[in-house]
Design a protein around this ligand. Structure first.
Ligand code: NAP
Length: 238
């Protein structure tokens, strides 16, 4: 298969890149960090090609991605996380997070969609953070809630073109992104676990790939509680 992955220079995207390449697939690995892209290419230049890309830059993104015409799977995993300090409320923090997680991700869709053929899979990485109003996660959780809604609408609108749109909701995964967290992360899994769960879900065309399963079930159940209970639950976790 020909696979394009954003966020391939680190964490979940990097593991997916290595695992797909090891299985003999051809991967276009995207990210800003040229050194990390070179390292990936050096590991397996037959199967991994680096593409430097900053998805917060509109022209650069469209120009870089327009030329990929024969993709079977696109995994949009690039993302950032910043937590809000409620005592120093900063609207620009929302702009930074949404610029990458929402607008940047949609720039990738804009660039790649014209060349996606029937049967192709478009995989968008959200987060289980969208399921409850977690403390300090106004921007991050909000961006992932937006991505979840957008993905479901794309599932409707791209069905007629035969393009499968899959949404990924990871729980806590051990990556550089979560290394900054100073709180307990229940049921945290490794990048190997995450990569396996995502690859299995993609193979099975699961439109909702949530892992780890128990953590996902708990949060999905909690998200159906009355809103006041959800707030109380999240306050207890603070
Ligand atoms: N780790 C978790 O527990 C967890 C849980 C739920 C959801 N997720 C989601 O999973 C995805 C991957 O997260 P991760 O934990 O693997 O994070 P990570 O290790 O911090 O990796 C983030 C990736 O995003 C790329 N990126 C960030 N800004 C970019 C930009 N402007 N342009 C292009 N690429 C950019 C980074 O590449 P460069 O720095 O090279 O640009 C990097 O490859 C994210 O969407 C995240 O929200 C993670």
């Amino acid at each position: 298969m020909n696979i394009l992955i954003t966020g391939a220079t680190s964490g979940i995207g990097k593991q997916l890149t290595l695992d797909y390449a090891a299985a003999g697939h051809h991967v276009v690995a995207c990210g800003r960090n040229q050194q990390a892209l070179d390292e990936l290419q050096n590991i397996d230049s037959n199967h991994i090609a680096g593409q430097q890309l900053d998805i917060s830059q509109a022209d650069e993104t469209v120009q870089a991605l327009r030329s990929f015409t024969d993709l079977d799977v696109v995994i949009l995993a690039a993302g950032v996380c910043e937590y809000l300090d409620i005592d120093n409320f900063e609207a620009d923090l929302f702009a930074r997070v949404f610029e990458v997680n929402v607008v940047g991700t949609m720039r990738c869709v804009e660039a790649l969609l014209p060349n996606l053929k029937a049967g192709a899979k478009l995989v968008i990485v959200g987060s289980t953070a969208r399921l409850l109003p977690f403390t300090r996660a106004e921007a991050y959780g909000g961006s992932k809630a937006a991505i979840h809604y957008i993905t479901r609408s794309l599932q409707v609108d791209l069905a007629q073109r035969g393009i499968k749109v899959l949404h990924v909701s990871p729980g806590f995964v051990e990556t550089p992104m979560t290394a900054q967290n100073d709180f307990e992360m229940p049921m945290q899994v490794s990048v190997d676990f995450a990569s396996q769960a995502i690859r299995k879900g993609i193979e099975k065309n699961k439109i909702d790939i949530t892992f780890p399963r128990m953590f996902g079930w708990f949060l999905k159940l909690a998200s159906r509680l009355p809103q006041s209970w959800q707030v109380a639950l999240s306050r207890r976790m603070t």
